[in-house]
Design a protein around this ligand. Structure first.
Ligand SMILES: N[C@@H](CCC(=O)N[C@@H](CS)C(=O)NCC(=O)O)C(=O)O
Length: 243
């Protein structure tokens, strides 16, 4: 059955974690809001869906995935659902939970990345919260970024296969790839320091980028370039170390 991904059409955002899983698996899917409005796409289609108040299990926010009559929201939950269908998660229950746990930790981290440029409110412009963003980013660069990435590097280092969980690539590896890519764009100075310390992060990033389906996707127009509307934004003034 064809999967429908519903996400904002002009940013990678959280939808990208789902896109990467669908692309790596060669799944049959449509990125609905990226279709022209005449074909039922565009932001209007997305908003119409979110505002369908008669839905029994409505999503709160994009991304969400539709498969037939099923609607699944929350990035980590979508990946939990897709993981077994697309062979991107291990078979053992405890391994699956471990992968889900890592994905939830990635979700926490992504929220903190977003908080670097929008520490007060998502509804305010960056310019209206720049002072707070500078303060928050200093702490992010000095403490949170090395702590989260050091954690993921430790997990990678413990697996001789070099993946987060088990013998094969899973959806968590694709997400960690996206985090490294996003941070290279948003915080190039801070990330270079962390990558120098943790070779396993760079190795994971390179192995994922070299997967044939991922490489084809990254080179295609389906991959939206990083931009200043997404989660990973490059404001040079935020990428400074306080030391
Ligand atoms: N925890 C949710 C967060 C979803 C979320 O924040 N979606 C953003 C776009 S990335 C959105 O459109 N939020 C609208 C809102 O929070 O009102 C997830 O991981 O999927």
């Amino acid at each position: 059955m064809r999967y429908e991904l519903h996400y904002w059409p002009s940013i990678q955002g959280r939808g990208e974690f789902v896109r990467l899983a669908l692309e790596e698996a060669g799944a049959d899917y449509v990125d609905v809001a990226r279709l022209p409005e005449a074909q039922g796409g565009g932001e209007r289609a997305l908003l119409r869906f979110v505002r369908q108040h008669e839905l029994a299990r409505p999503p709160f926010a994009p991304p969400f995935l539709v498969e037939g009559r099923r609607i699944i929201a929350q990035t980590a939950n979508i990946l939990l659902f897709l993981g077994s269908r697309l062979r991107l998660s291990p078979r053992e229950e405890m391994d699956r939970l471990w992968l889900h746990q890592l994905q939830l930790t990635i979700a926490d981290f992504v929220e903190e990345v977003h908080g670097t440029h929008h520490p007060i409110a998502g509804s305010l412009y960056y310019a209206d919260q720049k002072a707070e963003a500078m303060r928050r980013s200093q702490i992010f660069v000095a403490e949170r970024l090395p702590k989260f990435l050091g954690y993921f590097a430790r997990v990678l280092d413990r697996n001789p296969r070099g993946w987060l969980v088990g013998r094969r690539l899973g959806y968590g590896d694709l997400s960690l790839f996206q985090v490294v890519e996003g941070l290279r764009y948003a915080f190039p100075n801070a990330l270079a320091r962390v990558e120098r310390e943790h070779a396993s992060l760079t190795a994971l990033r390179d192995r994922v980028a070299a997967r044939p389906n991922v490489a084809a996707y990254l080179a295609s127009e389906r991959r939206i370039p990083f931009n200043q509307d997404g989660i990973f934004r490059h404001y040079p003034e935020l990428d400074r170390s306080s030391s």
